[in-house]
Design a protein around this ligand. Structure first.
Ligand code: FAD
Length: 288
């Protein structure tokens, strides 16, 4: 099986203890030679400073290519572009550009006065400012705001036309879901990379809630398997094997890049990576 190139997603820590956990995750996983790592931006634009500080610290201390997530929520254009310029000035060249989810308690995205209206505007604004590498979100299971999969594919095409370089997908449970989406994108004339987002399930109840919120469908066989494994106290084992199988199926279907949602916990991601042949010994030289 060919070795895929991996990238890793973290979230910004909100406490001293969480900072140590993030750092432990970075140190445990960086020997795998990730293509890049990224740091999320809290829903509702709530972690602006924490994201900025975590991106800068990881970029400086680890030497890994580090991407900052930015959203259109709760910020004017100038505030967002100023943050982006700050990243550029310290050598950060990668942005994950998102419309973003609304703050807690609101169920629809409302643009801020003077802010970017949608992800296409954000991508155009960032590209006009500096020559960032821009990654965007994509939704194999259909985004809750989209009527059909074709709406998502058409909108993804618009994001590439606006200047995006690559898409990272929301997580999904079956390789077939990704392949169907990839085929629809190809049919629409999208020829840029679409990288599957991989979610090793550390916490089944949390994963169910998260899937529901972001429109990821959970097949009944996965629900049954996790409920049995939870009862037997073996959900880590199940999570590792299901995630390894998903990654293997994707690689067999021609996927050469995987993006892992680590949730700042290194063990499952590391075990799955090792099982698919991504080890420190096989690391690819991805230098910043
Ligand atoms: P968009 O692609 O802009 O919109 C989603 C869908 O809505 C589109 O596919 C389209 O069908 C429809 N749509 C939206 N705008 C229009 C329009 N103007 N015209 C027509 N159709 C439209 N959230 C955070 O808050 N912080 C993060 O750090 C973060 N990181 C993420 C990383 C990844 C890889 C992914 C996949 C998601 C992430 N999210 C994050 C979640 C994301 O913010 C939400 O899914 C949000 O609801 C959509 O953002 P987007 O930029 O992907 O959406």
């Amino acid at each position: 099986m060919p070795r895929p190139d991996i990238s890793l997603e973290f979230f910004p820590p909100k406490s001293l203890e969480a900072s140590f956990r993030l750092w432990d995750t970075v140190q445990t996983l960086s020997p795998l030679g990730p293509r890049f790592v990224s740091v999320t931006y809290g829903a509702g634009g709530t972690t602006r400073e924490l994201t900025r500080d975590a991106v800068k610290a990881i970029h400086k201390q680890s030497g890994l290519r580090t991407a900052a997530h930015l959203t259109c929520v709760n910020a004017t254009r100038e505030e967002t572009l100023e943050i982006a310029r700050g990243f550029w000035d310290v050598g950060v060249r990668d942005i994950v550009a998102l419309r973003g989810d609304p703050p807690k308690g609101e169920d629809r995205f409302t643009p801020t006065d003077g802010g970017f209206q949608d992800s296409c505007e954000l991508i155009e604004g960032l590209k006009a400012e500096r020559d960032f590498t821009i990654r965007v979100g994509a939704y194999p299971d259909v985004h809750p705001n989209a009527g059909t999969q074709q709406d998502d594919v058409d909108y993804l095409k618009r994001k590439f036309d606006a200047g995006a370089d690559e898409a990272l997908t929301q997580f999904f449970f079956e390789a077939e879901t990704f392949f169907r989406f990839r085929d629809a994108c190809e049919k629409a004339g999208i020829d840029k990379p679409i990288v599957p987002g991989i979610f090793p399930v550390e916490n089944w109840k949390g994963a169910r809630r998260f899937a529901e919120a972001c429109g990821t469908k959970i097949p009944q066989w996965v629900i049954d398997a996790f409920e049995t494994a939870e009862r037997d106290g073996r959900s880590d084992l199940l999570a590792t094997s299901l995630c390894t199988e998903l990654c293997s199926d994707l690689i067999e279907g021609g996927v050469d890049k995987l993006h892992f949602y680590t949730l700042n916990k290194p063990e499952l991601t590391r075990d799955v990576c090792h099982a698919i042949g991504v080890t420190p010994e096989t690391r690819l030289e991805n230098v910043a």
